[in-house]
Design a protein around this ligand. Structure first.
Ligand code: NAD
Ligand code: UDX
Length: 468
């Protein structure tokens, strides 16, 4: 197997950045260059005071240790490709917005452009690693493109190495992954390329956690893992609706079923709905794949996981309106949290976006506070979610606040949309004094102690529990 000494990663996003920064940290003998076409993003990665383009606990520390030593960020994609012996393709693969498969299929344009660039620029053999999440058999297309465009004497071996990190815990996930998955063709060359990449991970990942499988299994495993995880959340959220109607308590139900070792306790937290750039996109991708394979029942099964999530968001907004005497027109609602989960500044598919849109269409005023999401991002998300509403109108109805306390002042209701730890430290007695009465708290994350808040005087409504 080739001993890897130079790695290039195409795509300096949420996956490429942290993943390859950790590889650089753990493999001081490998030079890692992360390239991206987005100048502003690369500048942020290179910023002298480490104002990195993404917020991720522990990331800054990793970048501080490795940047300039064996970790580099650049917009010179061609140079990165040329010098490397192993290239990660870690570009975005969003859901297609138009054309065949619109709304379901993955947009592979960025993967294809990066692949073509590799073929065009490479003057020596490369191991090309699919890091992006892609539909099953994409590696085959990449191989065809590379082989059709390569120079004589250049060999390309394609591997699939999907990433399982979750945002907010990316660094701990990368330091101690449950497993690293590498897929390759089961040919002599394929197996040898797989060994080269395994050797990179073996610098810090125990051998028994590095799984090697066939290419197609590897690609499908990524979609399968996300579909199964999202399915757990939709299942618990479906049960939360039953709890609200019957008097059962979803936390107690989750606790009770999680004790079964076959079910396990993780990922059973009822919520206002899952968000993030992966779950919905990857399930829709699986739905599209199933339909293309003429498996409509399989497609319908997975589609329901996304539909249940949409239902959960709608149900939550409706419960807010119903509880507040069937109208929130002209009322001020404080939305705490805008990121799709705690410990990230990422807002892609965040439930908060849908909730605020719903509140706005009921003509409420909204105060938003999030500890990490930048103001421009909030405006961008809200305007994208309501293409028919003029920006002025959105800005008239929404105020972005710089603390939870400021957001809650003069509000009629507080909605907890993201489970940020700092919301546990809110001085609720103080908040209560500044709010209009009756003061409502809608806990979409099972975060606060409802009994304590009720003692203060709040009317508290929690996901998965009947209204008191
Ligand atoms: P991202 O949008 O944050 O980053 C992708 C980057 O690729 C962007 O900065 C973009 O400018 C760059 N890029 C696109 N085309 C390029 C090209 N031709 N040359 C150079 N740079 C190019 O996306 P992300 O969240 O990092 O996701 C990347 C992939 O990883 C996706 O396929 C996603 O499904 C998968 N994934 C994401 C996560 C996650 O938590 N975000 C987890 C696992 C897997
Ligand atoms: C997910 C997968 O976990 C990860 O393995 C994959 O690589 C990328 O997609 P991510 O989207 O970053 O990671 O975060 P995750 O922790 O999975 O949370 C996704 C959404 O589900 C969030 O909105 C979160 O709040 C929600 N969630 C999670 C719940 O509502 N309940 C839970 O019990 C767990």
């Amino acid at each position: 197997p080739v001993k890897v000494t130079k790695i290039c990663c195409i795509g300096a996003g949420y996956v490429g950045g942290p993943t390859c920064a950790v590889i650089a940290l753990k493999c001081p003998n490998i030079t890692v260059t992360i390239v991206d076409l987005n100048q502003a993003r690369v500048d942020a990665w290179n910023s002298p005071d480490f104002k990195l383009p993404i917020y991720e606990p522990g990331l800054e520390d990793v970048v501080r240790q490795a940047r300039g030593r064996n970790l580099f960020f650049s917009t010179d994609v061609d140079k990165g490709i040329e010098e490397a012996d192993l290239i990660f393709v870690s570009v975005n693969t969003p859901t297609k917005k138009s054309g065949v498969g619109a709304g379901f299929a993955a947009d592979l344009n960025y993967v294809e452009l990066a692949t073509r660039r590799i073929a065009q620029v490479a003057t020596s053999s490369k191991i090309v690693v699919e890091k992006s999440t892609v539909p099953c058999r994409t590696a085959e297309s990449m191989r065809t493109i590379l082989e059709a465009n390569s120079r004589p004497g250049c060999r390309f071996d394609i591997l699939s190495n999907p990433e399982f990190l979750a945002e907010g815990t990316a660094i701990t996930d990368l330091f101690a992954p449950d497993r690293v998955l590498i897929g390759s063709l089961q040919t002599e060359e394929g197996i040898s390329a797989c060994q080269s990449l395994s050797d990179v991970y073996a610098n810090w990942v125990p051998k028994e956690r590095i799984l090697t499988v066939g290419l197609w299994s590897s690609e499908l495993s990524k979609l399968a893992a996300n579909a199964m995880l999202a399915q757990r959340i939709s299942s618990i959220n479906a049960l939360s609706a039953i709890c609200e109607a019957t008097g059962a308590n979803i936390d107690e139900v989750a606790h009770a079923i999680g004790y079964d070792t076959r079910i396990g306790p993780k990922f059973l937290k009822a919520s206002v709905g899952f968000g993030g750039s992966c779950f919905q996109k990857d399930i829709l991708n699986l739905v599209y794949l199933s339909e293309s394979l003429h498996l409509p029942e399989v497609a319908a099964y997975w589609r329901q996981v996304v539909e249940m999530n949409e239902h959960q968001k709608r149900r939550f907004s409706k419960r807010v309106v119903d509880t507040m005497f069937n109208t929130i027109t002209g009322k001020r609602i404080a939305v705490l949290g805008f990121a799709f989960k705690a410990d990230t500044g990422d807002t892609r598919e965040s439930a908060a976006i849908t909730l605020i849109r719903d509140f706005q269409s009921e003509k409420a005023y909204v105060n938003v506070y999030d500890p990490q999401v930048v103001e421009d991002q909030i405006w961008a998300d809200l305007t994208e979610a309501q293409p028919l509403v003029p920006v002025d109108q959105i800005k008239k109805q929404v105020r972005i606040c710089s603390s939870a306390m400021e957001a809650c002042r003069d509000a009629e209701a507080v909605v907890i949309a993201t489970e940020w730890k700092e919301f546990l430290d809110i001085d609720w007695e103080e908040v209560y004094k500044t709010m209009n009465k009756p003061a409502f708290v809608f806990d979409g994350r099972l975060l606060v102690d409802a009994a304590k808040l009720r003692e203060i005087g709040f009317k508290v409504v929690t996901i998965g529990r009947p209204a008191p």
